[in-house]
Design a protein around this ligand. Sequence first.
Ligand code: SF4
Ligand code: SF4
Ligand code: SF4
Ligand code: FES
Length: 950
Amino acid sequence: MNTLEIKRNADIDYGTPVRKAATMVTLEIDGKSVTVPAGTSVMRASVEAGIPIPKLCATDTLEAFGSCRVCLVEIEGRKGYPASCTTPVEAGMKVRTQTPKLADIRRGMVELYISDHPLDCLTCAANGNCELQDVAGQVGLRDVRYGYQGENHLVAQKDESNPYFTYDPSKCIVCNRCVRACEETQGTFALTIDGRGFASRVAAGQNEDFMDSECVSCGACVQACPTATLTEKTVIMMGQPTRSEITTCAYCGVGCGFKAEMQGDKVVRMVPWKDGQANHGHSCVKGRFAWGYATHKDRILKPMIRQKISDPWREVSWEEAIAYAAGEFRRIQQQHGRDSIGGITSSRCTNEETYLVQKLVRAAFGNNNVDTCARVCHSPTGYGLKQTLGESAGTQTFDSVMKADVIMVIGANPAAAHPVFASQMKRRLRQGAKLIVVDPRTTEMVRGAHYEADYHLKLKPGTNVAIIAALAHVIVTEGLVDEAFVAERCDAQSFSDWKAFVSRPENSPEAMAQVTGVPAETIRGAARLYASGGNAAIYYGLGVTEHAQGSTMVMGIANLAMATGNIGREGVGVNPLRGQNNVQGSCDMGSFPHELPGYRHISDTTTRNLFESAWGVTLNPEPGLRIPNMFEAALDGSFRALYVQGEDIVQSDPNTQHVAEALSAMECIVVQDLFLNETAKYAHVFLPGSSFLEKDGTFTNAERRISRVRKVMPAKGGYADWEVTQLLANALGYPMNYAHPSEIMEEIARLTPTFHGVSFDKIDRLGSIQWPCNEHAPEGTPIMHVDEFVRGKGRFIITKYVATDEKVTQRYPLILTTGRILSQYNVGAQTRRTENVRWHSEDRLEIHPHDADERGIREGDWVGIESRSGQTVLRATITENVQPGVVYTTFHFPESGANVITTDNSDWATNCPEYKVTAVQVMPVTQPSEWQKQHQRFTQEQLELARVDG
Ligand code: SF4
Ligand code: SF4
Ligand code: SF4
Ligand code: FES
């Protein structure tokens, strides 16, 4: 199937969901023989046979409901007129879909609907894209005998509270599709049908406005609505789209497929793609609605340069900006040595762009000083999984969760950070899967609509490794190890060493209860459930990695999965929930200073030779500087210039003041971005970046799934990001001449064994591909380590708990931990420039009532938070979601200064910062912190220097 065919197929609505069954059933519809899997509805069988049946309440993303009675058929030997959407096929069935009687009944039904519908089709936002209009046409409705004067809902009040869609009850046909979408697809259960019979209408929450209800604005109801009742405000404003293109969301690591629906080069709406293999037609508020940042007035579209950061920015041509940047890089290298410059790749840019930046650093700068923001999130995943399993990536597809019997979520809140996957996980939980949550906070994953964790291990921040040791202790000492799996698949010596280690009394739940704060019985119960509850899958996030023992914990998780045989098939596995859209890809593409693409060490001569002959350069066999080392080197004067593509290190890296000092010490910082972000305030060259809508390429999601990003509008600044890197390389005297990103992917595939079989053509044909994709797996690898581990035998590694150096003391008695919220994304540069601020307009400090009481803090008070690194001020939210002794905040607003407080402590193996554990004191205050005042002044100065409207 080519791309066009994929798109066309997705546009057909089969009325009811696809069924998978071993048994096939043959029946006859309008004289045509049709064979479908058992359990398929008559409606779906008919549509598959090319015989559409009118319908209103059915759609193939939802289970049939059977309320509208428009889809009636005649079945030989059966009385009456059964609804085809709720009637399953039977062998030998003879169905008629078109008879005069059926036509009469259908016309009568539609007539009733229309008699209570405003007949403003010509001016309706859904005109041309309304199922009610289509059905009225299909049944040949010409008149409404009841007149339009009777009782109706035509004057019902609209709900326009949601910034992205309206609810106009006058157009509601009470088909229940929105209610089912909110339940089945999203899992929020925010909608009900209120009232009975004629009076019934859709209601959000307890008959509230959408904004006041539990609605999380995922858009599933809008998507499901067959009329203009629930409609995107952009469609109301702009009218119906005229063309569409399939692309991939640029927000989180779920990697949802979207149809960008356009008028010319303007986006009218983003519709989740039904054939998207990561999202199956679902979305969240970010990808579905928060795309307005791409055309926001704050975008900087002209290159700018300045010599000092106190100088005004000067708009210049691309030629001048590139020549200036290249000239500065070369001058600095001549004066301070080849290693005095480096680059940072972006996990928001495409694989092809990331690959080019690391190539530029290695081949044109001539060193390995390249790093990426994965340093501050999932670098421990790369290290830990490589050591134990042999590959630095998650083991499963998202769909695999539907086969899990036990789900363990550690240090992750997918409902906020990976919402579409969370919906799928919640669906599985509603089907009865068991749930273990390991988290210091009571997040939405602990308890929600129709699910509740069987065990919540509410541990003290920083004690993950103690918990994993205690879980392992129970599994080993209670005989719950899958001995056959371990004997066949794992390294015997490492297993026996590990077994002896975890069996020690100091690793028992009873001993560890002191350390973790989790009762021993809870740990024992969770361990027994994980080891013996059937297929058990672990999903983890930054609450695992962003610790001094982040890599240790990742290895501990892999140990647990191997010991219980929970790896190598559907429903199990070790699944890092990677945060940003392309953080997996940026790691795969060789963004780390010690690794070439495909995680091959730079010291490996064979690999280096391969790249040297392809790139025509000699590569340095020594790893380059990691981001924190770049900062240190900048402060000691040996590192002087940096090329930063699509990454805001000042806001996202720990110890902001330290980062700012390091950047201030450099002579040339080149920032390529959409906005004048926090890092750009320290820059000397600004190169306009391009959004995902403006370029071609690929993103790789948390399941290793490579999906296409397709250009739907010209690059607003003139060039896509990959073209800018190419211009810079050429100006540095290192030729790059790619005509299209597909040529970059050809090079990646040629040089990277796990990508040998990847090409744009193949992705277009298959929809997406999960690497490894090569001679052994030409269509990709959904599940890893099936018959053996990538490294051969799985290797157990001893994971000894070591308390972090970040200790609570009398001066700093509380532990601050950080996280995200659904409506905002990371440093917030994109989402803060959308209506998503309506849900979260500031970062707040969550504090337990007991700790608040002790300090005289009331809800909404300004509180000062002080750590060993710095101070900031936020407003307080008092909640029992955090335990006493723990405070929590998000980090989406630069002025919050969450990273002014975080320290330089980091993971022993990878330098990933210990964001999740900072000892702090919290006290009521009346004014912003010194840092905040200074930040405000500096921001104002920089905006004036750039003449950008604040
Ligand atoms: S937008 Fe999503 S959460 Fe809100 S009511 Fe619709 S389906 Fe439910
Ligand atoms: S709002 Fe739309 S989907 Fe919901 S019941 Fe009314 S017409 Fe159906
Ligand atoms: S942010 Fe993530 S979950 Fe939301 S639409 Fe985008 S990829 Fe999907
Ligand atoms: S589509 Fe079958 S009853 Fe509504």
